[in-house]
Design a protein around this ligand. Sequence first.
Ligand code: ADP
Ligand code: MN
Ligand code: MN
Ligand code: MN
Length: 345
Amino acid sequence: MTFKAEYIWIDGTEPTAKLRSKTKIMAGSAAALDELPIWGFDGSSTNQAVGHASDRVLKPVFSCPDPIRSPENGDVLVMCEVLNIDMTPHESNTRALLRPVAEQFAGQEPIFGIEQEYTFFDGDRPLGFPVGGFPAAQGGYYCGVGSDEIFGREIVEKHLDHCLTAGLAISGINAEVMPGQWEFQVGPVPPLDVADQLWIARWLLYRTAEDFNVSATLDPKPVKGDWNGAGAHTNFSTKAMREGYDAIITACESLGEGSKPMDHVKHYGAGIDDRLTGLHETAPWNEYSYGVSDRGASVRIPWQVEQDKKGYIEDRRPNANVDPYVVTRLVVDTCCTALEKADQL
Ligand code: ADP
Ligand code: MN
Ligand code: MN
Ligand code: MN
C-alpha cells in the first residue's frame, strides 16, 4: 500500500511569495503529521537559494486529507515550513516569526476569521469581462444570481466542497462587487491555524480552477479604474473582546498608536496604496480610523458588536495578497500587548 503526500510551501518570490508543491509517495495507508518526514527541494528554482548551495528543507507543520486525490486512500496535503540545511528557519519563513508571538499571547485566546477575496481570470481578462471591453458597471454583482451576473460559480462550489472535505474551517463564500470576483472566509480559529488553513485553501483554489482552465489571482487591484480591489479583511478577537466593549476599544486604539498604522500597512500586501485609495469601501492607506459599521474606516466595529457590547473587530486594510502569517502576528502583537497593559485579559 502507498499513499500520496502533497508537500506545499511558500517560495521566496518578491514582492509577493507564491505557493509551490510536489508529491511524495509514502509507504503505508496513512500518516499522522508527526510521521511525515522532512523533505528537500531545489531552493535555487524558488528564489530561496543560490545554485551552488541550493538545498532547502521542507518541515511538515500541518496536514489534512487531500480532497482532490483520494482522501479515503489516506492521501494528504502537507503545509511545510522552509528551513535551511542547519534546520534554522529560512529568511522567507514568516510562520517561524508568528510561532513565538502566538505562544506568548495564547493566554488571551486570540482568534481570527479572514475573508479572502480573489478574482478569476480567463487568459488576460477577468472571467465575465467581454473581449476588448468592459461589462456593465458595478452594482448588481455582489451576492448576485443568474448567468448575466455570475461567472465561475461551478469552480467556487467545487472549491468549497474541497475545503470542507479537507476539514478546513471555511465558514462561507460569496460573489463580490466586480464580476469574476469572489470571497471565501476561514475561521474563526487561532492565529497559526487560520494562517495554515488559509494557505491550504489558496492552494486548493488555484488547483481547483486549474481543472477549468481558469486562473485565480490575489492581485489587490486586478482592474484599474472604477472597479473594486480585492482584500483580506482580518476579523480578530481575544477572550476579553468577546466578553466586553472596553477591550474592543483598546484594540482599535492600539492599532492607531504612534507608528503602528504604518508598521502594519507596509506589511499588509504589495500594492496596498493602489487599493486603499479612500474609494471603493476603503480608507486611505496613510490615514488610520476606526468606526462602528463604517466600511470607509481602516478598522470596523460591526454593528452587532456595538449592540452587544462585545465581539470582534475587522481590520479592513489587508490586501488579498497579504501573508496571513504576517498579518496575524502584527495584530496579535499590537492588540494583545495593549490589552495586557490595560489589564483587559
Ligand atoms: P463581512 O460582513 O465583513 O463581509 P463576513 O461574514 O464575510 O463579514 O466575515 C466575517 C468573519 O468574521 C468570518 O470569517 C467569521 O468567522 C469571523 N468572525 C466571527 N466572529 C469572530 C470573532 N469573535 N473573532 C474573530 N473573527 C470572527
Ligand atoms: Mn465578507
Ligand atoms: Mn468582501
Ligand atoms: Mn469584511
